[in-house]
Design a protein around this ligand. Structure first.
Ligand SMILES: *Cc1c(COP(=O)(O)O)cnc(C)c1O
Length: 376
């Protein structure tokens, strides 16, 4: 069976974890946390990075930092993972769900302005499959209406929009190092803070609402409770694991891109499904290889055919505006593209341990399926 995902090990994780143990500092914000944060700040030019225990946590920090509360509205794509919306729901905000583009799951930026009201506090964009949303348009509207922009860059490490790293464009960016992402430490995440004014408060929220960060820097001689917050810092053991992965990020990325290109080149063009659209303004970080089937029926048949042939493909994201939790709170607008991806998008296996032959085999089986399906 070719699994959908396998977390990659560089082989150096254990050495770094041993070093973390030897450091006798296992809680957060130690040596490895700093090394990871510095790595990201240096490689991608992020203004300020803070490791978190997940992207969900980074989004929760972002929701607090953007001062979202009851009576505020936040514009969020419906076709995304629950956490994108959950973080803002926990602050009491009303979520105004926005539709995806017709040919890819990123938000349709031409539909943002009509959803903005005087209560709109934030917009959360999701760079689906690590391919950038139209950020020029998003940032233009954000400055026109004074709205905070949060990039859910969970899938978007090492990807760019017009030469700028994703996660560095909005006021805040949120990354995931969950085991299904390109770079992992099991469960992990990172907040990037691009708006200088938010940094000192972010440090407090990160450290359970205390000013411990200032204390460690020797700026104050006693620390205490100064704001809301939570325990958003990961353990040094997780940071050590992550650091091993960061050392290999370039080779991981180039191998993933190679696998992605094999899919893209070997899959025959046909009228049962379409392939991802490439975009000149945005890079592809090979987080995901997905196809968009013409119907739910074709997707179901293809998934079943692949399972029978030892290939574990999956689908994901049920439109959040139709979810059990939110449907009664949604304003009733139909979001047709989001619903189309809910029914028709299919994700193929893609992980660093795959071989070219694995991808060849999957592409061949899919091409076979297309032929068989048409001959029925
Ligand atoms: C994976 C993912 C998340 C959640 O990341 P965690 O690190 O598991 O909390 C959020 N948003 C998107 C778009 C994701 O793909």
């Amino acid at each position: 069976m070719i699994p959908f995902n396998k977390p990659y090990e560089t082989g150096n994780e254990i050495e770094y974890i041993k070093e973390a143990i030897a450091n006798k500092k296992l809680s957060g914000n130690g040596e490895f946390t700093k090394r990871c944060q510095e790595f990201f700040e240096k490689k991608y030019g992020f203004n300020k990075c803070m490791l978190t225990t997940s992207c969900t946590d980074a989004l929760e920090m972002a929701a607090i930092l953007s001062n979202v509360s009851i009576d505020d509205e936040v514009i969020i794509p419906s076709y995304t993972f629950v956490s994108t919306a959950l973080a803002f729901v926990r602050q009491g905000a009303k979520i105004v769900f926005i539709d995806s583009c017709v040919d890819n799951p990123n938000i349709d930026v031409d539909k943002i302005e009509e959803l903005i009201t005087n209560r709109t506090k934030a917009i959360v964009v999701v760079h689906y499959a690590g391919v950038a949303c139209n950020m020029n348009k998003v940032m233009e509207l954000a400055s026109k209406y004074n709205i905070t922009v949060i990039e859910d860059a969970a899938q978007a490490i090492d990807s760019y929009y017009l030469g700028k790293p994703l996660g560095s464009i909005g006021h805040l960016g949120c990354f995931s190092f969950h085991e299904t992402k390109n770079i992992t430490c099991g469960e992990g995440g990172m907040l990037t803070i691009n708006d200088q004014k938010m940094i000192s408060r972010a440090e407090v929220i990160w450290e359970k609402g205390t000013n411990r960060a200032e204390f460690y820097r020797g700026e104050i001689n006693k620390y205490g409770w100064v704001d809301i917050g939570s325990s958003f810092l990961p353990s040094e053991l997780n940071a050590a694991y992550l650091f091993a992965q960061l050392k290999e990020i370039d080779s991981i990325q180039s191998h993933r891109k190679q696998l992605w290109n094999i899919y893209y080149n070997k899959l025959n063009r046909n009228n049962l499904f379409s392939l991802p659209v490439l975009n000149n303004n945005a890079t592809n970080n090979a987080h995901m290889f997905y196809i968009i089937c013409l119907s739910l029926e074709i997707r179901t048949s293809l998934l079943e055919y692949l399972r029978k042939n030892g290939i574990f493909a999956v689908f994901h994201y049920q439109s959040l505006h139709c979810s059990k939790y939110y449907i009664d709170k949604h304003d009733g607008r139909v979001l047709e593209n989001s619903d189309k991806f809910t029914n028709c998008l299919l994700r193929l296996p893609l992980y660093n341990d795959m071989t070219d032959e694995n991808v060849d085999y999957i592409a061949m089986k899919i091409n076979d399926f297309v032929r068989i399906y048409k001959e029925r």
